[in-house]
Each structure stands twice: as structure tokens, then as C-alpha cells.
Design a protein around this ligand. Structure first.
Ligand code: SIN
Length: 292
């Protein structure tokens, strides 16, 4: 593969996901190839590149071509080889100490939606993929928030118009505790690092202009100004609608996969079905605008 090789695309589901062939991040991508990646993200929201062999520095350099790295001092403990722009996601321990964030993403969410300016894209690179009986474990499931919005009944769309929701890392931690998930190692007081934020329930994609549902099981606490029971019922019905099994794509990881996703037009869920079988991923977050 080289920087002038033609890129071909295989769509994965009608709602989201595309596999791009003919790209080698290690060898370097031309500006034209990068615009094909960006275009694929805008069209398909989740982009899969197989058989990549990249260093942390190469992952960072590639990610920076999609936008500036997200600089939030949340998970500063788990940096591969001291590379600040990446976070290790893993269940592996060294000398009894976890080398990465454990149980990351084990509730439906979009990355950084508890921040005033959430991650626009995420780039996740698979270095170790758990297997049982020759089958990969630790899939990541994706759902399209655009398709979810588009398929809402007109009266629900009207009801959601102008609504805002509180997104909260504090709430996220509480949900994790209730679900017996390990807490991510936040550096500093959660309220200082990531105070609660309000975002529109329906946000507009900053590039495509399409509308996306922007509430998640993992990060959304409540709808602003709505009685608690009504807010809970509305949020639960939206979560169920977004993540209907028939529209979910489950990515089965292979070592060397780089998967890039758009955090406005998708939600994702890490399936933690692998226990102690080692899983190792490097994650880069790319910053984006405040949702509108
Ligand atoms: C994440 O949600 O940050 C990680 C997803 C995964 O590890 O599958």
C-alpha cells in the first residue's frame, strides 16, 4: 500500500459503518486519502481500517489530521509510553496495577458528552483482542443517533424541540457503581475536572447539518425543567429507540484494527464479556465544538 493507492469502501450496515481498503497509516496517507477518511466519517459515522501496524506516535499524528487532540486531564494515569494524547483501555495488570482504564465504555455513551466540548471523533487501535474458542470477544457496538432521530414519530420530534439535558461525569460514576463497573481513574475532583453540562437533546451535526439524538444511558442525568419521573421515562424510551438491536452494528475486533467514529452521529457500547482474557486498546480523542 502507498499514499497514491486507490481507496475502496465496503459499507457495513445500511445505517452506519464502512470498511476502507487501501490505507496504511504507518506508510503515511496523502491529503486525498485523508479527505476520503473524513468523507467516509461524514457518510457512515464509523470507519474501519484493518491490518494497521502503528506506534503511539503514528496514531497521534493520524488523529491530529482529523482535528486537535482533546486535552482533558481526566485519565492522565494511563498513557502509553508517556504519549499524552492517548489513553490505554485495558483489563491488563502489571505488578498488580491496572495498565489502562478498565470497563471503559461499558454503558451506551458518546465520548466526552459530559464535557462542554465533547470529543468529535475517537480513534481506537486494537493491540490485543481477547478470544474464546477462536472467536473474538470484547466487541464494540455502535448505533446511529442520526437514524434514531430520523425514525422518531413526528410528535416525538416536536416534543424534543428545544429540550436540553444535563450530562454528568458524576452521574456516570454513580451509574457505574450501581452496575458494578470499575470506576475510571479520574485525576482530581470530578466536579473540578468535568462539572455537569447542559446540551441539546437533539443536536445538529457541525459538518453534515443532520440532526442527532444526544442523550445517553451512560452520561445523561435528566432533562432540564422536566419532572423526574417524566424525564426518566422519556430518556429510557429514547435509549431503547437509539439502541434497537436491529440497527446496532457490533464490531468484532482483530489485532491491527483502527476504528474511527463520530461522537455526534453515533453512540457506542463496549461489550465486557472477556473477564481476565487480555484486551489492549489505545484511544485518541479529537476535540469538537460545543453541541448546538
Ligand atoms: C470506549 O468507549 O472508550 C472504549 C470502547 C471499547 O473499548 O470498546
Amino acid at each position: 500500500m502507498n499514499a497514491s493507492q486507490a481507496v475502496t469502501a465496503t459499507p457495513i450496515t445500511p445505517h452506519l459503518g464502512v470498511e476502507l481498503h487501501g490505507l496504511d497509516i504507518h506508510a503515511g496517507l496523502s491529503e486525498e486519502q485523508m479527505s476520503q477518511v473524513r468523507d467516509a466519517l461524514n457518510r457512515h459515522a464509523v470507519v474501519v481500517l484493518r491490518d494497521q501496524h502503528i506506534t503511539p506516535q503514528e496514531q497521534v499524528a493520524f488523529s491530529k489530521r482529523l482535528g486537535p487532540p482533546l486535552r482533558v486531564s481526566l485519565f492522565t494515569k494511563h498513557k502509553p509510553e508517556g504519549v499524552d494524547e492517548l489513553t490505554v483501555v485495558s483489563n491488563i495488570h502489571r505488578d498488580g496495577v491496572p495498565i489502562g482504564v478498565m470497563d471503559a465504555g461499558a454503558l451506551w455513551h458518546t465520548d466526552g458528552s459530559y464535557l462542554a466540548k465533547p470529543d468529535m471523533y475517537t480513534v481506537l487501535y486494537a493491540l490485543q483482542v481477547p478470544q474464546r474458542d477462536g472467536k473474538p470477544l470484547g466487541d464494540t457496538a455502535f448505533a446511529s443517533t442520526e437514524a434514531a432521530y430520523d425514525t422518531l414519530p413526528a410528535e416525538t420530534k416536536a416534543k424534543l424541540e428545544g429540550l436540553r439535558a444535563v450530562n454528568s461525569l458524576t452521574h456516570h460514576m454513580a451509574v457505574r457503581r450501581r452496575s458494578n463497573l470499575k470506576a475510571p481513574p479520574v485525576t482530581g475532583k470530578v466536579d473540578d475536572v468535568a462539572p455537569d453540562v447542559e446540551h441539546p437533546v437533539v443536536r445538529t451535526h457541525p459538518i453534515t447539518g443532520r440532526k442527532c439524538l444526544f442523550v445517553t444511558e451512560g452520561h445523561t442525568e435528566r432533562i432540564v425543567g422536566m419532572p423526574a419521573a417524566e424525564s426518566e421515562a422519556l430518556l429510557s424510551s429514547l435509549y431503547a429507540h437509539i439502541t434497537r438491536p436491529e440497527v446496532v452494528y457490533r464490531h468484532k475486533w482483530r489485532v491491527g484494527d483502527v476504528v474511527i467514529w463520530d461522537n455526534c452521529s453515533t453512540q457506542h457500547l463496549a461489550i465486557t464479556d472477556y473477564g481476565d482474557i487480555p484486551r489492549l486498546m489505545h484511544r485518541a480523542g479529537i476535540s469538537g465544538p460545543a453541541p448546538f
